[in-house]
Design a protein around this ligand. Structure first.
Ligand code: UFG
Length: 324
């Protein structure tokens, strides 16, 4: 298939491009490089444009005879979204609408969308399945949920074949070390720990140790970025055969505490990292773990890299000598 990867110069998008190319697909990256990296585009041509550059996008869809679009381009910082919601609605909702309209205009009907656990809001139970209510508590989650609603409507009205994949905590890097996670600013736990371990002057604290969990620190469902890429391939096959709009949660169904992540990092690096405790971060639920039973059953997805030591180890291979 010819697949356009919007946001293909970013962290998860670039891993997707690699996986698509390995599976024999032809990849075209659409990215404005506002947060993505030119050096991460290694598996297909780059069309440097924003999603709202409709003429360029339509031209690319036609010129490369695109069969399906995977959409990773988004603003994705919860805290930033609280301060600047317009930016999130603009970049995540309006821009996506432009992309969908361009696809419709040129007759492309397959769409795989990066969604997030943030669509659920405060968890009502420890294992979050697709039946969990969606009441986001920040503009980032709202913007992703808004797109899910649009996709549902578009499937009904226009016959769009679409899927939203709700990632829990994407982490790790491809084991070859040629691409990895590189955000500025970095807010995520694993890259912060590892960048500090690699010598950067990044301040890292454990955000709260008085949660009702096994060691008092928050539990998250870390899922390897290459396992996420695999899930997208399954999703692409699935929507090709099953029209409509489908939602899937993607995680490992088991969480690790912040201290367990830290311990894994110390074991891999081979020395203590002396990360101090700090206060809770506003808006962090105690536990966020996915039930991915539906993705396993319906898509046939089976994460291969669920062990936190592999996730942190692959990330560490990248962070010791990041190419960008
Ligand atoms: N944490 C620390 N110290 C840090 C950074 C994080 O202790 O310096 C803790 C957080 O409190 C949390 C865990 O590490 O318990 C993971 O935090 P991340 O910032 O890495 O990830 P989040 O769980 O906050 O965010 C993820 C996704 C978001 C999504 C959100 C849904 O990255 O895109 O889950 O709630 F919106």
């Amino acid at each position: 298939m010819n697949v356009l990867v919007a946001g293909g110069a970013g962290y998860i998008g670039s891993h997707m491009c690699k996986r698509l190319a390995e599976a024999g697909h032809r990849v075209v990256v659409l990215d404005n490089l506002s947060t993505g990296h030119r050096a991460a585009v290694q598996w297909g041509e780059l069309v440097q444009a924003s999603l709202g550059d409709t003429a360029v996008v339509k031209d690319a869809l036609k010129r490369y005879q695109i069969d399906a679009v995977m959409h990773f381009a988004a603003s994705s910082l919860v805290g930033e979204s609280m301060k600047d919601p317009y930016r999130y609605y603009e970049n995540n909702v309006i821009a996506t609408l432009h992309l969908l309209q361009a696809m419709k205009d040129v007759g492309i009907d397959r769409f795989v969308f990066s969604s997030t656990a943030a669509v659920f809001g405060e968890p009502e139970r420890d294992l979050i399945d697709e039946a969990h209510s969606c009441t986001p508590i920040n503009p980032y989650g709202n913007s992703k949920l808004a797109v899910e609603l649009i996709l549902d409507d578009a499937a009904r009205a226009y016959g769009l074949k679409a899927t939203a994949l709700r990632y829990f905590n994407a982490a790790g890097a491809c084991s070859s070390g040629v691409i990895g996670e590189s955000h500025s600013p970095e807010t995520h736990l694993i890259p912060k720990i590892l960048r500090r371990a690699a010598g950067e002057s990044i301040e890292v604290r454990v955000f709260g140790n008085d949660y009702k969990t096994r060691d008092g620190t928050c539990i998250r469902d870390y899922v390897h970025v290459c396992d996420l890429a695999d899930a997208h391939l399954h999703a692409l096959d699935y929507i090709s055969a099953q029209p409509g709009f489908h939602r899937f949660n993607l995680g490992n169904g088991a969480g690790y505490t912040v201290l367990e992540v830290l311990n894994a990092a110390e074991a891999i690096i081979g020395r203590p990292l002396a990360i101090p405790y700090g206060p809770r971060r506003a808006g962090d639920p105690a536990i966020l773990v996915a039930s991915s039973e539906k993705a396993r059953r319906v898509l046939g997805w089976k994460p291969q890299r669920a062990d936190i030591r592999q996730i942190v180890g692959d990330a560490w291979a990248w962070h010791q000598a990041p190419a960008y």
